[in-house]
Design a protein around this ligand. Sequence first.
Ligand code: SF4
Length: 575
Amino acid sequence: MTDDVVKKSPKLSKMETIKAESRQLRGTIAEELANPEPNFSGDAAQLLKFHGTYQQDDREKRNLKDEQGNRLGKAYSCMIRICTPGGKLTAEQFLGQLDLCDTLGEGTLRLTSRQASQLHGVLKKNLRETIHKINQLQLDTYAACGDVNRNVMCNPAPYKNNRILEQMQATTDALAAHLKPKSTSYFELWVSDEEGNRENITDFQPVEEPVYGKTYLPRKFKFGISLPEDNHVDILAQDTGLLAIVEDGSVVGYNLYVGGGMGRTPSAKKTFPAIGKLMAFVPYDEVCAVAEAVVKVQRDYGNREDRKVARLKYLIANWGIEKFRKKVEEYYGSPLEDAREAEITGVDDYMGWREQGDGKLFVGIQIESGRIKDEGELRIKTGLRRVLEKFKMPVRLTALQSMILCDIDPSDKNEISQILQEHGIRPAEDYSPSRRFAISCPALPMCGLSVTESERVMPQFMDRFDAELEKQGLQKDVISVHMTGCPNGCARPYTPDIGLVGRSVGKYTIFLGGNTRGTRLGFIFQDQVPLDEIVPRLSPVLNFYRQQREPNETFGDFCARIGEQSLIEQFTETA
Ligand code: SF4
């Protein structure tokens, strides 16, 4: 199916028309930036996503009235996502983001589950200035959202003199650059210093989009790169996962997994979460070429009529992996090698102090739900600012919404620890292993799709969960919990030991049977469970695990061994 065929189909989703008529992602964004309205029109808001911005409104302010009783209207603002392939940032770039959240945002910075960061609460009138300044930090927001390849994830370990990790980060950067859209609209809208330099309709000359064509992809697309012994970035939850194959201390290539994806709609049986299927081995130097072929097959054959089933996982479910592989080979121009022997065996969170291999240290800092803010005694933002201003170390963002400060001279360790402690930032060892692996999505009040709370209730939930683990003597176990405020699954809730997925107001679906390694999907244990009842409902299962587990068996592996039916039969009536 070519772009032209796509364009003529009578049943295309509305988004396809918006993209096709957007003049390469321009639409009416420039004009609307110049008007005094507090919000963008619907079509412009859709195109803004390709530029890294979601228009949102505070759902808790929708019914506010003025003194005369008149509705105040929606409280619009923008969430701006900043791309950081592999989570790499300089101190200046991190500090610059803190400055922006204070001056143009709502005062917090959020680290995402894809090693990116988000500014929240940016008003429309400040949007251009904000993105412009992000680019002055040598960062960008281009393709952080939208129907394109998003931030490329990679193992964030900052170990030095480690050729394997260096190669993986090099692949990450190459992929991120190769799969960026080529439309110049981003630079005209946000980067150009001259207001008059924005291209107008009559002047518009399209540039070639060699990977995406005229209408970009049917839906978002995600890449992740991991090591067999450390699936930190959860590659099987992504459209395309690359597992490093190492020989003699070098990455010789990657096993390629395709078709992972988390989102589902409970009311639509045709939707489902999926983990990636192993397809082939890709030599190190061929990654961009094969990745391009995978993306182009999805571009040309992915569903453009129904966005609910437009992700790559549905194409692969329809075709089967063999047909998909043959089509990718056709686009690539050569047969692919069969996958090499490799198994995902572990995961690391990189928290706490560690030697980094060159005489220096790094320290992983736990940021609950990725929210960098000052609140009460816990002044994460100010503490990090003080450390980074003084020591100017590079930063890595993790896939667990936390961060790593790198290149620390051992003689500075005590002072850094002291500053962190003075600001209430506790060392990683103070957190339970389960809490270190817990993540949650932002959800209410700003996410328009959320049906219930996630980030705001996660700390209290983890307090109760930690207390239960302590009571059962399981406090040293890693039992990963991922919570989301709706089934879209932004915090990858279908692969950990326990997934909590917002189902209706105050209620969640509990998934069990995944694992921290991200190699298996969980199953629905109980549905529509009120937040306060989740721990009581898990308690007998944890007790069963404590009594019946095999040596070194994790909670998720135990649940999978016992099985969905057996666990439901044994424990549902106790609810
Ligand atoms: Fe919003 Fe749902 Fe994503 Fe959470 S999982 S951020 S509620 S879309």
